[in-house]
Design a protein around this ligand. Structure first.
Ligand code: KG4
Length: 338
């Protein structure tokens, strides 16, 4: 007997629905919200309104593309948190309504577990997946964590950011340079044409496997402020070099703690996940490290790095197999880890 899961993701500014059969992808529909571009960041109220408009057509399309009937679904998995409260409410309410209407089990998923389990989305039935335990560097707009993954539902956080996330460092520094939101992909593109050794920015000294990115942001801001006083065109003239130097600093900070955790634990399978794992420099650094140390590295396809419901369906699949269902009265959680 195979297990078919409908996944629903609405934690931030992407409305997504996906169908998996035993973790093999049958459909993954994502409606990204363009409405935020004019504001330089996600506007929560606009995000929840857009989710309301998108959720019915997105779920219908995912079921249609999967080539199944609604009654073929075994369980509905949805992102319960963390994320924007209004956005989470739309997905949560919709998932509950559908589960009630179809008389189906409901499974709540921690968005961050979803990102890690994106490595178990199979595009073909025999696609390779990580063996356990593996170490995952989860880097997104809201989180930077080093996670020891013992089993699909057994994860230990070894270290995490004490202030900003890696994605915030990209986005906030991009904003200072006058680049559009989200700045991460723009910096990635610019960095390929710049000299990463041109500028140096502060690196944190934090205990253990924890991260900090707020000092880098301040150091970046002060460097630019002082330089622009001398030359008002400084940013424009140095854009690719600033992007390359910033990206290199963020990668160095990430790799310093991640490689230390790999060394200390002796774990030989590593992975990256989350929006920032789409960064070409991060991907190359992890691949290069794995090659030099004879490790197995799992680098997600770019479309599975950002928010998507396929990863929620896969995380829901494992929870469903353990018969862990969500109560129909369960509220979404903006921050709490479930
Ligand atoms: O995981 P995600 O889609 O959203 C959550 O935080 O849940 O991650 C979004 C973050 C943004 O900060 C964005 O700038 C960053 O991922 N990002 C990148 C790249 N693509 C997306 N950062 C650096 N390089 C990229 N290519």
């Amino acid at each position: 007997m195979s297990t078919i899961i409908l996944g629903i993701e609405s934690s931030c500014d992407d409305t997504s629905a996906a169908v998996t059969r035993d973790c093999v992808l049958m459909s993954n529909v994502i409606a990204s919200q363009k409405v935020h571009e004019a504001y330089g960041g996600v506007v929560p109220e606009l995000a929840s309104r857009a989710h309301q408009q998108n959720i019915v057509p997105v779920v219908s399309e995912a079921i249609k593309q999967a080539g199944i009937q609604r009654t073929d679904i075994d369980a509905i998995a949805f992102t319960r948190g963390p994320g924007l409260p209004g956005s989470l409410h739309v997905g949560t309410a919709f998932a509950k309504g559908l589960a009630l209407a179809l008389d189906m089990p409901l499974v709540d998923v921690n968005h961050l577990h979803g990102h890690v389990l994106a490595h178990f989305i199979k595009e073909t039935p025999d696609a390779p997946v990580p063996d356990f335990p593996f170490l995952c560097l989860l880097i997104s707009g809201g989180n930077s964590q080093i996670i020891k993954v013992n089993a699909p539902r057994d994860m230990e956080i070894l270290g995490q950011t004490i202030d900003d996330a890696a994605g915030e460092a990209f986005d906030k520094c991009a904003k200072v340079m006058g680049l559009p939101y989200p700045g991460g992909p723009v910096i990635d593109r610019l960095a390929s044409e710049g000299d990463a050794k041109r500028f140096r920015f502060a690196k944190p000294h934090i205990d253990g496997y924890n991260y900090s990115f707020s000092g880098l942001k301040t150091s970046f801001l002060y460097t630019l402020r002082d330089a622009v006083r001398e030359n008002p065109d400084f940013i424009q003239e140095n854009l690719p070099h600033l992007a390359a130097s910033l990206q290199k600093t963020i990668i160095d900070i990430l790799m310093d703690k991640f490689t230390r955790a790999v060394r200390d634990t002796g774990i030989t399978t590593i992975a990256i996940a989350g929006g920032v794992s789409a960064n070409s420099g991060v991907r190359a650094a992890v691949q290069d490290y794995a090659r030099r140390h004879h490790l197995r590295a799992f680098i997600p396809k770019p479309r599975f790095t950002t928010d998507n419901a396929a990863m929620i369906a896969v995380a829901g699949h494992y929870k469903f197999l353990d018969h862990e269902y969500c109560d129909i009265t369960a509220p979404p959680f903006a921050r709490v880890v479930i």
